[in-house]
Write a protein that binds this ligand. Structure first.
Ligand code: SIN
Ligand code: CO
Length: 381
């Protein structure tokens, strides 16, 4: 599928990425959500899944925020209008939704955060606000009226003493009604307000940009209060051959953001690769125990192997080897793995036939069995 309409990937990066909003009509024509609103509410009742319920009206106060896990009665007692349920990292739990993120392969995978899904009834919204991160807002069911403006705001512009950072006053400069399949891209800092016109499912494909502070705390294990929250940014991003690669120039940009000099380049790359692929939640999964030949036979028979949604995988090309980073661990591989590693880091569902085109069978078996045995990949039967 191609999701950028009339624009090429290069044109999108050059003209829009981290620069200006873009509306793409029918980016995902006829897309059917693998998850219904009821199933989303079901997820919001589970332990270990981050969810929020926002009620503009009808709660104990305006813009009431409640955190999950919820119970069924929380939903049955809601009014007809003016509320939104938001569930974070749905891609971690539903393989088909992890695969949806693969469509955004013009951005390096290490920049992708998660897929959040919201369900709103008529008039539901989370209020006019700004986010610090890039986002693609895909309308999946129902219609949502989006309003945006690109003004600068400061702390006084937000409603005081509220659980949510909502703008006091917001005048719409541009607006669109999004229908199923339409998608709106917003760079960080663009004020937006999306109001549901009817029962509405909206997918937010959210990006991550580590801050100087967050990076330094992880790197030094110390919290220096004077360090500023400056976000990583890459408006100059260009298309890369494999979205799974963490390119040298990006590692240099991270180093610059952290104001580090005189660090060992290889050690720093290893540290960053591990840091950026760390798991954000400890949802554990155990595969059926198989030996190498049973594993390979099953892969052949089923034709595909699936990455767990909470497992991040990236790689760095060294002078004459490859470092594969998976869930915070580093695996050193010879150059001959480049094509296989490029492939498996760019897709959540990997195909037997395609793997066989990447490298010789024994080498592929060796690596993929390790990844299966480590419970990073599984058979989605
Ligand atoms: C929503 O889906 O209602 C909110 C998404 C956002 O504004 O970031
Ligand atoms: Co937002």
């Amino acid at each position: 599928m191609y999701i950028l309409g009339d624009l090429s990937r290069e044109e999108f990066l050059k003209q829009y990425w981290q620069k200006k909003p873009l509306l793409i009509r029918q980016a995902f024509p006829d897309y059917q959500s693998p998850l219904s609103a009821e199933e989303l509410a079901g997820l919001a009742c589970e332990e270990g899944i981050e969810s929020r319920l926002i009620q503009e009206q009808g709660g104990d106060k305006p813009w009431q925020l409640r955190h999950g896990p919820f119970v069924e009665n929380d939903f049955t007692s809601l009014p007809e209008t003016h509320w939104t349920l938001l569930v974070q990292s749905v891609d971690h739990h539903i393989p088909e939704l992890a695969c949806l993120l693969d469509e955004f392969d013009f951005i390096p995978t290490w920049r992708i955060d998660d897929l959040m899904i919201s369900f709103a009834q008529a008039q539901g919204s989370v209020g006019p606000h700004l986010d610090n991160y890039d986002v693609f807002l895909l309308q999946v069911q129902g219609k949502r009226h989006w309003h945006i403006n690109e003004n600068d705001y400061d702390d006084d512009d937000f409603i005081p003493d509220s659980d949510l950072r909502i703008l006091n006053e917001f005048d719409s400069k541009q607006d669109w009604v999004l229908e199923p399949g339409d998608m709106l891209y917003l760079p960080p800092g663009v004020a937006h307000h999306g109001i549901a016109l009817d029962d509405c499912l909206t997918f937010s494909i959210g990006f991550r940009a580590p801050t100087r502070k967050e990076l330094l705390i992880a790197y030094t294990d110390k919290n220096d209060e004077s360090v500023e929250e400056v976000f990583y940014s890459d408006p100059e991003l260009t298309l890369q051959a494999s979205p799974g690669e963490i390119r040298k120039e990006h590692i240099d940009a991270i180093k610059k953001l952290m104001r580090l000099s005189n660090v060992d380049a290889d050690k720093f790359s290893s540290w960053f690769g591990c840091f950026i692929t760390e798991k954000s939640n400890e949802q554990e999964y155990e595969n059926e125990e198989l030996d190498e030949s049973e594993f390979w036979q099953q892969f052949k028979d089923l034709g595909s192997l699936t990455r767990n949604g909470n497992i991040r995988l990236s790689f760095i090309k060294n002078e004459d080897s490859i470092s594969l980073f998976i869930a915070g661990e580093e695996l050193s591989l010879s150059d001959s793995y480049l094509s296989l590693v490029s492939y498996i880091s760019s897709r959540h569902a990997i195909d037997y036939e395609h793997v066989m085109k990447c490298c010789d069978e024994l080498a592929a078996l060796d690596l993929l069995y390790k990844l299966y045995d480590g419970n990073y990949f599984f058979f989605d039967e």
